[in-house]
Design a binder for this molecule. Structure first.
Ligand code: SF4
Ligand code: SF4
Length: 333
């Protein structure tokens, strides 16, 4: 039988999904939009309606709207009282990625909610293909990545304005939206997934720069070769543009480089590869420069003597002044 493609899922507005959830998924970006529509301060909205927690579906801490006996506090007379500014997850429901087979979506909804009698999803043929709203899902994905990175790095101290500003920046960034769009179409495809991991690393650096209250630029970091020095052993040599080399050099040579953060994330898309992201900055100048690079696990182990010494990374531009500028990165692999 021909599959039917359903572009606009017709919600019967029964209110069932709004009354059968322990928590309603939210992001900080949406919290600001919702609190504005209710003329509340974001912190007040957070205290009254929200919780940051891990769930059985998502072990990472995230922001949610608390429900009362399974019902969202904004469900009034079986209708959403904040319809115009409802969270992306509610706007996109039941879609979480760009396309899905109706049968798989039904299985998911069946496993988590008791909606079979009311939801119009169950009136569709199992073989129909559901399509989501591309733009909406890409914005939701970016807002979600930002919160994911922020709540896993923030520890006990949370400043909601940080993930809000970073999400606002990247939701309006075409390059980031393109990565998120490719992701919502095909999240499991290795090249797409790897690009998403690089984007996530970039978001993490931007969040760290915002926590430090520094402006932030990402330096292009193209791997060139390895070198060896009697004092520090093997090091990685990266190529970048001359202006970035000058900026990095200024930070190092001025003696005002007092902020540093290095992350190493094992790639799920490329087995055995680590994404190393580093940020260096000056609290005096309120500026930070970051770079992201990929390295093989075995190579990182060799460079760092199994994590016992820093990874040295040096940069050079095309100007042949013979000077290298670089940093030791303390990474955990
Ligand atoms: S915000 Fe509105 S659409 Fe979302 S769960 Fe609450 S009542 Fe339902
Ligand atoms: S349960 Fe289904 S039909 Fe009812 S409001 Fe939710 S999405 Fe719409």
């Amino acid at each position: 039988m021909m599959k039917k493609v359903i572009r606009d899922f017709e919600c019967a507005m029964c209110g069932g999904c709004c009354a059968s959830q322990d928590l309603v998924q939210l992001t900080t970006y949406e919290l600001y939009r919702l609190s504005r529509s209710l003329q509340m301060e974001p912190a007040e909205f957070f205290d009254k309606y929200c919780v940051v927690t891990a769930t059985s579906l998502n072990p990472m801490p995230h922001l949610y709207i608390k429900t009362v006996n399974g019902a969202c506090p904004f469900l009034k007379d079986n209708k959403c009282s904040v319809h115009e500014s409802r969270p992306y997850a509610c706007q996109a429901y039941p879609m979480r990625v760009y396309w899905v087979l109706t049968r798989d979506m039904k299985d998911f909804v069946r496993a988590h909610y008791k909606l079979e009698d009311s939801c119009s999803l169950f009136k569709l043929d199992d073989n129909d293909v559901l399509l989501g709203d591309f733009e909406l899902l890409s914005r939701q994905t970016i807002a979600y990545w930002v919160d994911d990175a922020y709540f896993s790095m923030a520890g006990g101290t949370v400043d909601l304005s940080v993930p809000y500003r970073v999400a606002d920046l990247y939701i309006h960034d075409k390059g980031m939206r393109d990565v998120a769009k490719r992701y919502v179409v095909n999240p499991e495809h290795p090249p797409v997934a790897y690009d998403s991991e690089l984007a996530y690393a970039k978001i993490t650096l931007t969040l760290q720069a915002a926590v430090w209250d520094t402006s932030f630029a990402l330096v292009s970091a193209e791997r060139q070769e390895t070198g060896e020095d009697a004092r520090i052993g093997k090091y990685l040599l990266m190529a970048t543009d001359d202006e970035s080399v000058k900026a990095l050099r200024l930070l190092v040579e001025s003696g005002r480089l007092d902020l540093a953060r290095t992350l190493a994330m094992e790639s799920k898309a490329r087995k055995g590869t680590f994404i190393v992201a580093a940020l260096h900055g000056s609290s005096t100048d309120h500026v930070a420069l970051g770079f992201v690079l990929g390295a093989e696990k075995g190579e990182l182990e060799a460079f760092t003597e199994n994590g016992n010494k820093p990874l040295y990374v040096f940069f050079k531009g095309s100007a042949a002044d013979g000077k290298l500028t670089g940093f030791p990165l303390n990474i955990k692999i």
